[in-house]
Every structure is written in C-alpha cells, then in structure tokens.
Design a protein around this ligand. Structure first.
Ligand SMILES: Nc1ncnc2c1ncn2[C@@H]1O[C@H](COP(=O)(O)OP(=O)(O)OP(=O)(O)O)[C@@H](O)[C@H]1O
Ligand SMILES: [Mg+2]
Length: 458
C-alpha cells in the first residue's frame, strides 16, 4: 500500500447465500460435505470492486437502494468478510453504520458508550475522559442511563455519532446516519465532520443526497447492482447517478455500460459537466406535515452550532428575523420580504464600522449575504458603550429547507479593518414548501415552465 493510501480495495467481491425457503438453510447446515446438493443460490452484492482512498480524502459513495453501499462499508470496517479479492485498511476506523451496528439494545447509553469506545480502540480511562463531551454532543441528557432500546432512532444515532467522532479516528465511516435527527443536529454533525476532515481524518460517506456529496466530498464513487460504475469528481459521479436513476428501464443496461466505459479510469476533472441541480437541498428539507402556509415563530428551533470568534471590543446580541411588521419569525414563506436584525454593543471606540450577514445551507454552503456599507461607504464611528442595530431586509427566494445565518461586525482599530465580533450560525430559519412546488435546488427563481405542442412532426 502506498504511504498516501489508507484504504485499498482490490477486486473486492461479496456473495451472499440466498435461500428460497427458511428450511433450505437448515437443510444446507445439516447436509454432509460429501453430498453435492446446494440449497442456496449465490447473490453477488459486490462484483470485483477496485479503488483506493488517500489519507485525508473525503469519499462519497452513491447508488440506488441495494446497490451494495452498506455491504462495502461493512467490509471496509471488518464487520463483514469478503468472498474474493482483498481490502487493506490503515488506521483506526470509527464507523457509523446503519442503525443497530455496534450498540447493544439491552445496555444503557452509558454502558454502550464504554462498549463502543473500547471496541473502537480506546481504553476505559480514555472513554471516561471523553464521556462528558460525548453526552453533551449527543444531547441525550438524562436518557444516558436508560437502555438504548427505549431510545428513538434519532437519539440512537445522535449517541452513536457522538461516540464515533470523539474517538479521534483516522478513518470515519458514515452510512446515511445524518438523515436522522433534526436539522440543527445535522448542522452540528456536518460542522464536526468538516473539522475532522480539516484535521486530516479520512471520511467515507454514504448518502442519497447529491447536495451533501457535492459539498462534503473530494471524490465520489457510484455503485450499481454491486458494480463500480464511476469514480471521480463528485459532480461527474452525481451527474451519472442522476442520469441512471431517471433513465427509462429499457435504457438502463446500455447506460450502465456507457457510464462505466466513460468514467472508470478517467481523471477526476477531465470531463465537461452537464448542468446539475436536482436534489440540491434535500439535506435540510422540512417536512410538509406542519405546513400552514403562514410564517410563524417556533421557539424550539434555535441553532446548536453557534460559534463566536474572539471578540475585539464588540458583542453581537439578539440575532433574529422579523416580518416587516416587526413580528419575530423563524418559519418563513417563499416570496415575502423579511428583516434579519441584530444589535451590537461596543465596549471600546471603533471607526468605520460595518455589519455583515450571510445565509448558509445545513451543510455550510454559503448562499449569499451583504454588508451595511462598502469600503468607501458611510463612515460610522462609535464610542464605548454605544449600541447599534443592524437590519438587513431580504426577499425569501429560497426553496423549502432549513438555513443558517452568520453575523459579523467589522471596524477599524487603528489602520486595520478587523472583525470586532463574529457569530457563525447566529440564527436559523426554515422555509415552508409551496403547495404546488416546481422548483428544485436552493433558490426558487419562480421559473414559469411551459410545454408547447409545435404541430410539427419529425
Ligand atoms: N446478509 C445478506 N444476505 C443476503 N443478501 C444480502 C445481505 N446483506 C445484503 N444483501 C443484499 O445485498 C444487496 C446490497 O445490499 P446493501 O445493503 O449493501 O445495499 P445499499 O446500497 O446499502 O442499499 P440502501 O441504499 O437501501 O441502504 C441487496 O440486494 C441486499 O438485499
Ligand atoms: Mg445501505
């Protein structure tokens, strides 16, 4: 294995025995080796897969249901053996596999944290040292001493995720787990995964969400019917994945061969990309169940991932969204204008202050923002003890989903313009789906689609 590769899969294959009837399994168990009759047929879940993952890389794995994604992850994690081929893995793996893996339902959350932590290579003392951090991240609270069989699936995944990211793994493997849990928790997880990536952790990530794969991953692979069809830049792979899932059945087989011929072995950025955009924001799409079509304020919805940068003489407080009439809201409707506002208290004098805002997706993609004045804008200076109020009106052109807002105050201290205070994820809001929804992606451009019969024939 080259020193840069932490995972090398070579002709990896996995076949499962499939029995027509349960009794056949028993007959097979008790059939003598000398007798030739085989009571099962072989199902090939993975067919000769080869790829490498470099240290520090984030690899997305996409594919339809049953394409072999979880099987591949389980073989990489060593919880399932391969039938043919080989897999070499270097470093400590922390895995977040499909629900159930690694946790004993009869044990309490606390016992499972210890069990899971030690399975992942920590000593009991090391788990004890991280225990508080794990419980805090999981937001399980008092449930930590309840058996995990009494947990909701969201609580279960939160605890499993909290353990997985706190064992300081070399490789983090995540199988769809982030789709469980509320958006604020998802945002916290994405932020933590990004942090781990930045510190050099290799991440393998199974997701059905094109947006998440494109934002988080350096490369992606496409599996279909156990075969590796494409590997390369996320845009390349996602575009082929979409082409495949939206193709009519009679085109599927041919298309699979075309994609494979086109994509395997081709350099990651060497193909011109077709337009993308489908499924852009499914990581944070809100459930239509609670939709009333009216804006409102949900006191339960607040960001859990707020980070304050080191302040220098100012403090941003009370970040919120209001209607033009002044009512506080965080559930918005499309097409209306709202005001994002916050107050800044100054504990020292500063010159040429300007306030900024930024809207981001659940995965941290920056969608757009603005400031109260440019470099040569109006010169506002403040004294110690002053309070200013920043107000940004914006038209909600966003598609249904959850979004986060940053707030920042810049000013001159001497010659230099610096951040006097800066809050990441200062506020969050949700946009309700429109009843007749035609838009895809993050932004609703109010596209007016029309299909016209031309009367011509070919
Ligand atoms: N233990 C098993 N015995 C028999 N078949 C299995 C077993 N585990 C998985 N399979 C089959 O292998 C194929 C791949 O399964 P896998 O769980 O890896 O798919 P996946 O890509 O993760 O799907 P999903 O998107 O639904 O999670 C499926 O057809 C599945 O039915
Ligand atoms: Mg799966």
């Amino acid at each position: 294995m080259s020193s840069d590769n932490v995972i090398v899969a070579t002709n990896l294959s996995k076949a499962f025995p499939v029995y027509e009837r349960p009794v056949h399994r028993l007959l097979q168990m008790f059939s003598s080796p000398s007798r030739k009759h085989i009571w099962y047929r072989k199902f090939e879940a993975l067919k000769s897969i080869s790829f490498e993952v470099a240290r520090g890389e984030t690899l997305g794995i996409v594919g339809r249901n049953g394409s072999g994604k979880s099987t591949l992850l389980q073989i990489i994690c060593g919880t399932l053996g391969e039938t043919f081929g080989s897999i070499a893995v270097r470093g400590r793996i922390a895995a977040l596999l499909e629900l159930g893996a690694g946790f004993n339902p009869e044990f309490t959350g606390r016992e499972n944290v210890y069990l899971n932590g030690t399975v992942l290579g920590l000593t009991r003392a090391e788990v004890a040292e991280r225990f508080e951090r794990i419980v805090e991240f999981s937001e399980i609270g008092g449930f930590i001493d309840q058996p995990v069989k009494s947990y909701s699936s969201g609580m279960f995944v939160r605890l499993a995720f909290a353990v997985a990211i706190n064992v300081t793994p070399d490789i983090l493997v995540v199988d769809e787990a982030l789709s469980v849990g509320d958006e604020a928790f998802q945002r916290k997880c994405f932020a933590r995964i990004q942090q781990l990536r930045d510190s050099g952790v290799t991440v393998l990530f199974v997701s059905h969400s094109a947006g998440v794969v494109m934002q988080l991953c350096d490369r992606a692979i496409l599996l279909d019917q156990g075969e590796l069809l494409a590997i390369g830049a996320p845009k390349l792979v996602i575009s082929r994945y979409h082409k495949l899932i939206y193709a009519p059945p009679y085109r599927q087989a041919e298309l699979r061969r075309e994609i494979q011929a086109e994509c395997i072995g081709i350099g990651s950025d060497s193909i011109a990309m077709p337009g993308l955009g489908e499924e852009g924001n499914d990581g944070g799409r809100s459930a239509p169940a609670d939709e009333q079509g009216l804006e409102s304020f949900d006191p339960e919805m607040f960001p859990k991932s707020t980070v304050r940068y080191d302040a220098q003489g100012a403090e941003i407080v009370d970040a919120r969204i209001e209607t033009r009439g002044g009512a506080r809201v965080n559930v918005l409707v499309q097409g209306k204008t709202y005001i994002y506002t916050y107050r800044v208290r100054f504990s020292r004098a500063a010159a040429s202050i300007r306030c900024g805002m930024l809207i981001k997706t659940v995965t941290g993609l920056e969608l757009g923002g603005g400031t109260t004045a440019g470099d040569h804008g109006s010169e506002i200076s403040v004294e110690e003890g002053d309070v200013v109020c920043a107000r940004f009106s914006f038209k909600c052109l966003l598609d249904a989903g959850t979004y986060f807002l940053n707030a920042g105050i810049l000013g001159r201290l001497g010659e230099d313009e610096v951040y006097l205070d800066r809050l990441l994820d200062a506020a969050m809001f949700r946009v309700l789906p429109k009843p007749s929804r035609l838009a895809t992606g993050f932004v609703d451009f109010e596209i007016g689609p029309k299909l016209i019969a031309t009367g011509e024939t070919e």
